[in-house]
Design a protein around this ligand. Sequence first.
Ligand code: SF4
Ligand code: SF4
Length: 284
Amino acid sequence: IIRLTNTKPPVNFNKLDRLSEETAPLLPWRPPTLCPGCAHRASLYAIKAASQRVARDYGKHTEPIYPGDIGCYTLGYLPPLEAVDTTICMGASIGIANGLAHVVKAPIVAHLGDSTFFHAGIPPLINAVYNKANITVAILDNSATAMTGFQPHPGTGYVATGEETTPVKAEDIAKACGVKFVEVIDPFDLKKATDTVERAIRFDGPSVIVFRRLCAIMEQREKRKRGEKTVPYYIDQDKCNVKCDACIKLLGCPAIIKENGKTIIDSSLCTGCGICAQVCPYNA
Ligand code: SF4
Ligand code: SF4
C-alpha cells in the first residue's frame, strides 16, 4: 500500500526488523504468557475453579468445557491455566458452546474479550437465548483490544481519531439479547468471582458474567501519567513453604520466580494485583 500510494511509512520498518534480529538472541526462551497483573489470569482461574466445583455434581468423570476465542486470553490455553479447549475464529467461543450445550452434559463456559464480543459475540449470544442453550458466557472486559495494539472498540468510549463518544456496555447488550442472568464482577476478588461463576453455571439457561478490570498495560500507563507508584508484592520467606509452589502452579504469573530454591517475586515485573496472595495457603 505504501509503495502504491507513494507515502512515507510512519516508522522505519527496515530498522525495526534489524533491531529485532539483533535483540532476539539475547532474550530468554519461554512460552508466551499473559502479562504480570493481567486480569485475564484471575478471570480464567475463577472460571476453572467454579467449573470444576460444579462438574463434580455431574459425576466424577465429567470435565468442564471451555470454548475460547481470539485475544490475549487465548494464552490461557497453556499451562498452568489450561482454560481454553477450542479456538477457531472470533465469536466462535459462544457458537461452539451453543452446539455443545445440546449434546453434552457438563458445565460449559465460553469466554471472549470485550472487543471480540462487540465484534462477533452478539449473534451467537442471541442464538443461545433463542435456542435455550444452557451455557455461561464470560466476557473478559479489560476495556482494550490489547493483543492487536489498543484500537478503540464500542466499549472504550472513544473513536479512532481520539474523539470521545458514548461507550456501549456489554452487560446492557446481554440483557437486551434476553439473557436473564447478567452480573458484572471484579476478577481480582477471586472468591467473589469464583462464587459468581458457580451461580451462573448453575443458572437454568444462558448466563453472562462481565469480568471488568482495565488491561494491566493500560493501568500501568495511567498510573505513570498520574505520577502514582506501583507497590509490588513480596513473599515472606519465613512463611513460604518452598515445596508448595501453589502460586506458580495455579496462576503462572511471570513475576513469580524461583531463585536459589526460594520462591520470590520480581519487583520490577509485579504490578501489585494481589491475586497470588489470595491463593497462597501459607499466607506468605
Ligand atoms: S503459594 Fe505461598 S507458600 Fe506456596 S510457594 Fe507461593 S508464596 Fe510460597
Ligand atoms: S501481585 Fe502476584 S500475581 Fe499480581 S503481578 Fe505481582 S506477583 Fe504477579
